[in-house]
Design a binder for this molecule. Structure first.
Ligand SMILES: Nc1ncnc2c1ncn2[C@@H]1O[C@H](COP(=O)(O)OP(=O)(O)O)[C@@H](O)[C@H]1O
Ligand SMILES: [Mg+2]
Length: 250
């Protein structure tokens, strides 16, 4: 089982759009997929028309695993399950703070889901908190959408700096360009430059597209209502690049 997360310190960069479409692409490719919505805003589950989760009390890792398990919902797409977000996630940090090995609890909990899924994908809230640190330690790869602007570039550098300071493996970070506008000169310049200083930078870029914004109207992944538009094809290409890194392709 692979554990992936869609994460950035910044909000509004395309984390949820990635999580929703990547989950769909994974399922389409035959992988049993669980999408875990960790953002109390609950956008990922909204896009899948899945209601909010039942509240549960988190006392320890065991009750957290139980609470997550009882909130697993089937999506409209066979092979793709979702755990909608829960307002009690706002207490996540306090709960984790009181536990032994407080940075590794999520990894432990997700181990329990191993037999049932090929991939678990987490849609994360912005910020760096104790929950994010759990996400970092639970993930095999952290997918980081980067809009090609100066501020996004700076945020990516803050994240790589944090990984260095905390002795976390920097090669887990897999940034990719999100909401790209090829006609924008600054986008082109940053895209030409930035990947050279981040070895894990994914080659696939997601274009800015009104088709993606319409997910809120259709309430389903872009890939489900506009299967072969440019952005949908880009999400599929990104999925392949993550699953089959170039070195492993025949
Ligand atoms: N590739 C894209 N092109 C155009 N709009 C996008 C794209 N990706 C995301 N959006 C829109 O931008 C907004 C923020 O995206 P979202 O995925 O919710 O970001 P985050 O989860 O990082 O906060 C949403 O309204 C979404 O529809
Ligand atoms: Mg989001």
């Amino acid at each position: 089982m692979k554990i992936l997360s869609s994460y950035s310190i910044k909000g509004g960069v395309g984390k949820t759009a990635l999580a929703v479409n990547l989950a769909f692409a994974l399922c389409e490719a035959g992988h049993r997929t669980l999408l875990l919505d960790l953002d109390p805003q609950g956008a990922a589950a909204f896009y899948f028309r899945v209601g909010s989760a039942e509240k549960f009390r988190m006392r320890d890792a065991h009750s957290l695993a139980e609470g997550l398990r009882k909130n697993i919902r089937e999506s409209d797409f066979p092979g793709l399950d979702i755990i909608p977000s829960n307002l009690c996630y706002r207490h996540f940090d306090i709960l984790l703070d009181g536990m032994a090995k407080r940075r590794k609890q999520l990894r432990k909990v997700l181990e329990e889901f191993k037999p049932d899924y090929d991939v678990i994908l987490m849609d994360c809230p912005p910020n760096i908190t104790l929950l994010s640190e759990n996400v970092f330690r639970a993930s095999d790869a952290i997918l980081v959408p980067v809009i090609p602007t100066v501020l996004s570039k700076r945020t990516l550098e803050q994240l790589t700096g944090f990984f260095r300071d905390e002795d976390l493996p920097g090669d887990m970070l897999r940034p990719f360009f999100s909401m790209v506008q090829k006609r924008n000169k600054m986008h082109r310049e940053i895209m030409a430059d930035l990947p050279a200083s981040h070895p894990g930078f994914l080659k696939t870029a997601i274009p800015f597209s009104a088709d993606v914004e319409k997910m809120g109207v259709h309430r389903m992944p872009l890939l489900a209502y506009s299967s072969i538009c440019e952005a949908a094809m880009a999400y599929r290409a990104l999925c392949n690049e993550i699953l089959f890194p170039p070195g492993l392709q025949s």
